[in-house]
Design a protein around this ligand. Structure first.
Ligand code: CXF
Ligand code: ZN
Length: 367
């Protein structure tokens, strides 16, 4: 069948929206009609090569849709089911999965962007295989994905809102609740207030952290941060954020700092702005070759903790339905995250708006 998708052929060039051929789902795979795909900074990182795919790749990893039909051996999903896409495929039986750390599944040693049997489902008009970002590629009208990447949700949820739970919400809120396990009353700083950072802020609100200090260089994004519950904002284009955070915490530094950019400089800033024995949590996905350094002796003497957080240390099938219930109960903001809707053809416009700091989240909606 045919599907229109957003494809990256060359780094730092406009994304191409084109019609591709989509194969039928094979065993353990499912064909979905996409309802919505969030536009996340990691999609832009694929365009720039910060997140590296070695061939043409269809974008999108934050989405929701409806099952059209299923391949052989799929018993838990049926046509008509509403699902959120997880951007990790996990086996459920390796050591990390058994430990509940399914996002760190160690089983699927398959080249990036191919299906679990090592083959393509998408092909362009020249007959070339097109990779799927995170094995899903949600910026496509239809998708064939492994059943391991599906999270069933109630049919009463808006799929546009639910799509955001596929990455930004789960990554940001999960970094606070699951990875760092921030205690009530803790002081928190969040560096980078894009879609994921705003969700780290609402996670911090959720656990009653105070103060919650938002750091960014875009005034508009700092305004979003205030709406999501930041008690203080620091414009790092005007002030040194490490000094500012110390000033706001009586010279001590924060209990927890979340770096949600993926930049070595801001990673070190996060480390520098936590108090002794405090925790810096790195959420942002840096360039695949980037490195950072911190003073080794002081690291020991300060007993600071520096930890990574991938996908909010979530268990997709447990945490995503839970986050949607929080939304239903009015304790998680999703409506306020969506500042603009786009058609698939406007993907390059959506990226430009992201770079200009105009949106909390832009969302591509399909018919
Ligand atoms: C990314 C991580 C790499 C795969 C796609 C998603 N995380 C969040 O945006
Ligand atoms: Zn993302």
């Amino acid at each position: 069948m045919k599907t229109r998708a957003a494809v990256v052929y060359e780094h730092n060039q406009p994304v191409v929206v084109e019609e591709l051929e989509l194969d039928e789902p094979r065993a353990n795979e499912v064909l979905l009609r996409t309802a919505a795909s969030g536009v996340c900074h990691s999609d832009l990182s694929v365009v720039t090569g910060t997140i590296y795919y070695d061939a043409a790749v269809a974008l999108g990893h934050e989405g929701a849709g409806v099952i059209e039909h299923v391949g052989d051996s799929v018993t838990d999903f049926h046509p008509g089911d509403h699902v959120v896409l997880s951007f990790v495929s996990y086996c459920g039986s390796c050591r990390m999965c058994q430990m509940g750390r399914v996002c760190l599944c160690e089983s699927y040693n398959v080249p990036r962007g191919l299906q679990l049997d090592g083959t393509y489902r998408l092909h362009n008009s020249s007959g070339d295989g097109i990779l799927q970002m995170a094995r899903i590629a949600t910026m496509s009208e239809y998708m064939v994905v492994p059943q391991q990447n599906l999270v069933k949700i109630g049919a009463h949820y808006s799929l546009e809102k639910a799509a955001l739970v596929g990455c930004g919400v789960t990554t940001g809120v999960g970094a606070v609740l699951n990875t760092a396990k921030v205690e009530p009353g803790s002081s928190v700083a969040v560096i980078g207030t894009g879609g994921v950072g705003l969700n780290a802020i609402q996670g911090a609100v959720f656990v009653e952290a105070e103060p919650i200090i938002a750091v960014d260089i875009a005034e508009k994004k700092l305004n979003f941060a205030k709406r999501f519950g930041a008690t203080d904002v620091v414009n790092a284009a005007e002030n040194d954020p490490v000094e500012a955070v110390h000033e706001l915490t009586d010279g001590l530094g924060v209990d927890y700092a979340f770096e949600v950019i993926g930049n070595p400089k801001t990673i070190v800033q996060a480390y520098d702005m936590v108090r002794a024995a405090g925790t810096a949590v790195i959420v942002g996905i840096a360039h695949h070759q980037a490195e950072f350094s911190i003073p080794a002796q002081q690291f020991v003497a300060s007993e600071k903790r520096l930890i990574g957080s991938f996908y909010g240390s979530c268990q997709p099938r447990v945490d995503m339905p839970k986050l949607l219930r929080f939304y239903e109960d009015g304790i998680l903001k999703l409506d306020e995250l969506i500042t603009r809707q786009y058609r698939l053809e406007q993907i390059n416009e959506a990226f430009a708006a992201m770079e200009a700091g105009e949106n909390a989240r832009g969302v591509i909606v399909f018919d």
